[in-house]
Ligand binder design. Structure first.
Ligand code: DHK
Length: 147
């Protein structure tokens, strides 16, 4: 049976490739999906989605309880504000990897705290969109090891 990885993206990441390319780079979410598909282990598949709405992201995390073996999530600015997304992730049983394209620790202090990090098995920051590929690899490895 194919195991699904859910890649979730929060607000403003629909503009990836267009907004502040000096911070977030020139590549788009379509590039992220393409690159992540290239590193999938055998027997795994993925979906990549983005929403500007907190409730939609929460609904997708709930859906993942039934459909996904792991979650790679870049919650955008909700990282720093959303206890509700943390609670939803706490209701998901598989591994969670948190990704930030930029090095949030080099930026404003309000970006240094993450609610999601309280739940995530791993946190990847500042690797550009390669962070998503690292997240997908890690989910494949953790899920395979868990059997
Ligand atoms: C993306 C955002 O939209 C910001 O709100 C976060 C994150 C950082 C990123 O680096 O991918 O603070």
């Amino acid at each position: 049976m194919t195991r699904m990885i859910s890649i979730l993206n929060g607000p403003n990441l629909n503009l990836l490739g267009k907004r502040q390319p000096q911070i977030y780079g020139a590549e788009t979410l379509a590039d992220v999906e393409w690159n992540c598909r290239a590193v999938l282990a055998e027997g795994f598949d993925l979906t990549l989605r983005q929403s500007n709405h907190e409730g939609q992201i929460i609904d997708w995390i709930h859906e993942a309880r039934e459909t996904a073996c792991g979650i790679v999530i870049n919650p955008g600015a909700f990282t720093h504000t959303s206890i509700a997304i943390l609670d939803a992730l706490n209701a998901f049983e598989g591994p969670v990897i948190e990704v930030h394209i930029s090095n949030v620790h080099k930026r404003e202090s309000f970006r240094h705290h993450s609610y999601v990090s309280l739940r995530a098995e791993g946190v990847i920051v500042g690797l550009g969109i390669e962070g998503y590929e690292a997240g997908v690899r890690r989910i494949c490895s953790l899920v395979t090891k868990a059997g």
